[in-house]
Design a protein around this ligand. Structure first.
Ligand code: WT7
Length: 646
C-alpha cells in the first residue's frame, strides 16, 4: 500500500473524537472478550421500562438455533426516540424537512412537536383498529408524515413494513400479502425532481392483487386528484381532526418485532427481513454515535430514502434515539441541478452527510463547479454506504466536497445487519480510499475459503460474521426455516453475508462485492432471479438469465439475456417493451440496461445455466471465458459473444 493512499487520523480528531485509536482497541477487545458485561453496559444508553439482565443469548448451530438479545428487557422504541428527550431538549429541532421544490419553505419539528405528531398518528391508527403485532404497510413519499407513521407504529407496537415509493403496484401487492397487512398508509402523490409519483393510484392498483387490504390511510401531500373508495379509504387529515396528541407508549419486549423490510436475495421472491426492538435500537443508536462521532448540536443528514434500511436506521431510529437533529430530503441530488445537495448543506448548516457512491459519481460527472459554488464550511464528516466506493469518487468526496477537512466514513452493512458493521471511527482509524476499514465493537468478521476454512492474515475470501450482534435480523417473516437456510448453512455456525472481501496486511477490509446472484444497482439490491421471473411472465419470452455488468454511475447495471418463444422475432420495439414490462412488474430500479436476444443460453448437460460465462460476456471480458467444454452446446457461447449488446 503506497503511503499516499493512507489518510492518517487528523490530530484534532484524535484529540476530540469520542474514541481514539487506543480507545477503539480497548473497546473492541472488551466487546469480544467479555460480551455479556460489555453489552449490558451498552444497554444503558437506552431507556428501559424493565432493564435487561441478560445480553446475547444465541446459537448459530442447527440443533439449537436461536438469536435473542436483552430478552428479559422491556422498552418502547418511540419513547426512546421522543419522550425521553422532552425534558432536556423538547424545544430543540428533531426533524428538518427539505422539500423537493427548493423555493418552498422547509418544515421543522421540535422534539415536542414530533412527539405530538407521532402520538396523533398513533391514535389515528388505533382508531382504525390497529393493535400490537399488526402489520402496517407504509408506501409514502419522503415527507414528515412518513416519519410520523413509522414512529406511530413503534409507539403502539404495530410492525411496520415500509415499501419504497419507487416499487410498482405488483411489487407492493406482493409485500402487503406476504406480511398479511390489512392497512396501507400512503399519500395522494409523491414528488421527486419536479415529477409526480401516483402513489394512491398505485395502491388502488395493488389492492386488486391484495384481497386482505381493508384500510388505506391517505395523507394529502400534493393535493393531486385521487379517487377515494368509501368503506376502504380514509384521509389522514380528516381522521386526525380533534384526535389527542398524547398516546401512552406500548410496553414491548426487547424481542418483540419492530419492523419488516423486504429485500432481494439470490433466489425466489424478496424476503421480509425481521428486526426486533431492543437490540436493533441499541445498534442503531450506538453505531450512529460512534461511527459518525455524533455530538449534540450536529445537523445530521442521511440522504437515503426511508424505503431502505439506511433510512430506517440513520434517518429515523439512530439519530432520534440520540436526540439528534435529522434532516429528511424529499427530492433528488441532481434537481434542479447538480448543486442541490450542497445548497441544502449550506441552507441547514449540515455538519454530517451520509450518502451513496452512486450519487457521488453522478454529481462528479457534472463537474466541480456545482460544488465549489457553495460554501460547505459547516461540514465536519462525510459518510458513504451501499456499495464499494471507487477510490476516484472517494477522493472527490474528500478533496472537493469536504475541502480535505472531513474524514470519509465508508460503512459496510446490510439490511440484515440493522446498522453499520465495518467502518472507520473518525478519531481512531487511518483511512484508505475504497476500504471500509475495521470491524465495529462486537463484530467478529472472518474470511473463509470455499471449503469454509478460516483464512488468516492478508487474504481474500467469503465474508462471514462469526458471532451474533444486537442489530442482527431475527428472521424471515412467515418462513422461519428460510432464515436459517439462507444465512447459516453455507458455512455452518456462521452468518454468511453473501459478500466477498479482502483483508490487507494492516487488517483493513476491502469489500469486493456479492458472491451470489444478487446485483447492486445504485446501492440497491436486486435479485437476478426476481428480474428473470418478471421477464418470463411476458408472453413472448421463453427463458431469461440476468447478470450484473459494470456501470459508470450505478456501479452495476442489469444485463438480461432473453430467449423468445419460437415464432417471435427480436426487434427494438420488443426490447423496449420488455424493459417497460420489468419496470411495471417490479419498478424502475429493476429495468434492464441491456436486453440481449439469445437463441440459446449456455447450459451444462444437466441443464444448469452457466452464469459465470454470461457474466463474463456482459462485462465484455470475453478473452477469459474459462472451461466451456462441459457445455451441452459450446457453439452457443460464440453466438453470444458475437452478439453482445454494448
Ligand atoms: C449490500 C447490502 C447497508 C445499507 C444499504 C444497502 C453492499 C453496502 C457497502 C460498502 C461495499 C457495500 C454489500 C452488501 N454494500 N455497503 N460500504 N462497501 N459494499 O443495504 O440493500 O441490504 O445491500 O450492499 O454488497 O451485502 P442492502
Amino acid at each position: 500500500m503506497a503511503d499516499q493512499d493512507l489518510y492518517p487520523v487528523p490530530p484534532e480528531w484524535a484529540a476530540h473524537a469520542r474514541v481514539d485509536s487506543a480507545g477503539y482497541d480497548q473497546m473492541y477487545g472488551r466487546s469480544l472478550a467479555d460480551p455479556g458485561t460489555f453489552w449490558l453496559d451498552q444497554a444503558k444508553r437506552l431507556d428501559w421500562i424493565k432493564r435487561p439482565e441478560i445480553a446475547g443469548d444465541w446459537s448459530f448451530d442447527k440443533s439449537d438455533f436461536h438469536i435473542r438479545w436483552f430478552a428479559d428487557g422491556k422498552l418502547n422504541v418511540s419513547a426512546n426516540c421522543l419522550d425521553r428527550h422532552l425534558a432536556k431538549r423538547g424545544g430543540e429541532t428533531a426533524l428538518i424537512w427539505e422539500p423537493d421544490e427548493p423555493s418552498e419553505e422547509p418544515r421543522r419539528f421540535t422534539y415536542a412537536e414530533l412527539h405530538a405528531e407521532v402520538c396523533r398518528f398513533a391514535n389515528v391508527l388505533k382508531g382504525q383498529g390497529v393493535v400490537k403485532g399488526n402489520r402496517v404497510t407504509i408506501y409514502m413519499p419522503m415527507i414528515p408524515e412518513a416519519a410520523f407513521a413509522v414512529l406511530a407504529c413503534a409507539r403502539i407496537g404495530a410492525i411496520h413494513s415500509v415499501v419504497f415509493g419507487g416499487f410498482s403496484p405488483e411489487a407492493l401487492a406482493g409485500r402487503i400479502e406476504d406480511c398479511g397487512s390489512t392497512i396501507v398508509i400512503t399519500a395522494d402523490e409523491g414528488r421527486r425532481g419536479g415529477k409526480r409519483v401516483p402513489l394512491k393510484a398505485n395502491v388502488d392498483a395493488a389492492a386488486a392483487h391484495a384481497p386482505g387490504l381493508t384500510t388505506v390511510i391517505v395523507v394529502k401531500a400534493t393535493g393531486g386528484a385521487v379517487t377515494m373508495q368509501a368503506e376502504r379509504d380514509v384521509w389522514y387529515h380528516e381522521a386526525a381532526e380533534g384526535v389527542a396528541t398524547t398516546c401512552p407508549p406500548e410496553p414491548m419486549g426487547a424481542e418483540d418485532p419492530l419492523f419488516i423490510l423486504y429485500t432481494s436475495g439470490s433466489t425466489g421472491q424478496p424476503k421480509g427481513v425481521l428486526h426486533t426492538s431492543g437490540g436493533y435500537l441499541l445498534w442503531a443508536s450506538l453505531t450512529h454515535e460512534l461511527t459518525f462521532d455524533y455530538r449534540p448540536g450536529d445537523v445530521w443528514w442521511c440522504a437515503a430514502d426511508i424505503g431502505w434500511v439506511t433510512g430506517h436506521t440513520y434517518i429515523l431510529y439512530g439519530p432520534l434515539a440520540n436526540g439528534a437533529t435529522t434532516l429528511m430530503f424529499e427530492g433528488l441530488p441532481t434537481w434542479p441541478d447538480a448543486s442541490r445537495m450542497w445548497q441544502i448543506v449550506d441552507r441547514h448548516k449540515v455538519t454530517t452527510l451520509y450518502t451513496a457512491p452512486t450519487a457521488l459519481r453522478a454529481l462528479m460527472k457534472e463537474g466541480d463547479g456545482f460544488v465549489t459554488a457553495t460554501d460547505r464550511s459547516s461540514l465536519k464528516l462525510l459518510g458513504t454506504v451501499g456499495e464499494p466506493i471507487n477510490p476516484e469518487a472517494w477522493r472527490w468526496y474528500h478533496d472537493v466536497v469536504g475541502q480535505g477537512r472531513c474524514p470519509i466514513i465508508d460503512t459496510w452493512w446490510q439490511t440484515e445487519t440493522g446498522g453499520a458493521m465495518i467502518a472507520p471511527l473518525p478519531g481512531a482509524t487511518a483511512l484508505k480510499p475504497g476500504s471500509a476499514t475495521m470491524p465495529l465493537p462486537g463484530i467478529d468478521p472472518q474470511l473463509l475459503d470455499p471449503e469454509g476454512v478460516v483464512l488468516n492474515g492478508a487474504a481474500s475470501g467469503n465474508l462471514v460474521i462469526a458471532r451474533s450482534w444486537p442489530g442482527q435480523m431475527r428472521g424471515v417473516w412467515g418462513d422461519s426455516d428460510r432464515f436459517f437456510q439462507t444465512y447459516f448453512t453455507t458455512y455452518p455456525g456462521k452468518y454468511t453475508t453473501g459478500d466477498g472481501a479482502r483483508r490487507d496486511e494492516d487488517g483493513y477490509y476491502w469489500i469486493t462485492g456479492r458472491v451470489d446472484d444478487v446485483i447492486n444497482v445504485s446501492g440497491h439490491r436486486m435479485g437476478t432471479a426476481e428480474v428473470e421471473s418478471a421477464l418470463v411472465l411476458h408472453p413472448h419470452v421463453a427463458e431469461a438469465a440476468v447478470v450484473g455488468m459494470p456501470h459508470d454511475i450505478k456501479g452495476q447495471g442489469i444485463y438480461a439475456y432473453v430467449t423468445l418463444n419460437s415464432g417471435q422475432d427480436p426487434s427494438d420495439d420488443l426490447r423496449k417493451e420488455l424493459v417497460g414490462w420489468v419496470r411495471k412488474e417490479i419498478g424502475p430500479i429493476a429495468a434492464p440496461d441491456k436486453v440481449h436476444f439469445a437463441p440459446g443460453l449456455p447450459k451444462t448437460r444437466s441443464g444448469k445455466i452457466m452464469r459465470r460465462i454470461l457474466r463474463k460476456i456482459a462485462e465484455g471480458d470475453v478473452s477469459s471465458l474459462g472451461d466451456t467444454s462441459t457445455l451441452a452446446d459450446p457453439a452457443v457461447v460464440d453466438d453470444l459473444v458475437a452478439n453482445r449488446v454494448v
